[in-house]
Write a protein that binds this ligand. Sequence first.
Ligand code: CTP
Ligand code: MG
Length: 226
Amino acid sequence: QAYTVVLPAAGQGKRMGAGHNKQFLLIDGVPLLIHTLRVFEGDSLCTSIILAVNEKETEEIQSLLKEYSIKKVTAVVIGGRERQQSVFEGLKAADDGIVLIHDAARPFITATIIHELVEETKRSGAAIVAVPLKDTIKLVSEDTIEKTEDRTKLWAAQTPQAFWLSDIMAAHQVAEDKGYEGTDDASILEYSGGKVKIVKGNYENFKVTTPEDLIFAEAMVASRRR
Ligand code: CTP
Ligand code: MG
């Protein structure tokens, strides 16, 4: 089953504090964004890649695509102020069928998990990659614990998240019209009453977010090379 992937890459990388978009930082000498693109470039089921980028970074990204021979990018669209808007812009450039939405900042997703996700989406209509929480989660008000959540039912949502294009487009339109701000794309579909399945992923698929993540990322590349 073929799919399109939308990669939101129009953030600022504020928590990384690198002074520019974190996706240009080098991991093992190669830009973070390229690591992520290579996964999809190398997956035969992926028919096209859509990038949502900051307008002022468009040229830099186009030249990276050339330099690293990334050939599946069919559209580079301008992202929005929030991730949700960047994704919606990307979806507008996607072809009908199954669409994956994947953070540009998660370079360690594997084709195996992507294929499990695509299969589950074919069966159920919508699915996301997620992992069971390792930490105990506390609901806190003003430094005091109000409640300890039941960890056995808590999962951390990752990406990719996969949908039929028409379903997720319609849900994004509803969210935009109603001013609903979701923190991921599953929550956007849930808001419209959609049901979303979980595909168990792994902890290697972390999002490069804060400075120490660069140390983990270097270690991941080294360990996969062994
Ligand atoms: N993203 C986007 N458009 C936005 C905000 C985020 O396309 N307006 C993208 C980022 O480029 C990233 C992904 O969404 O690949 C996940 O977001 P996050 O990890 O939060 O990245 P940033 O928003 O760049 O980082 P920060 O929140 O620390 O500023
Ligand atoms: Mg962000």
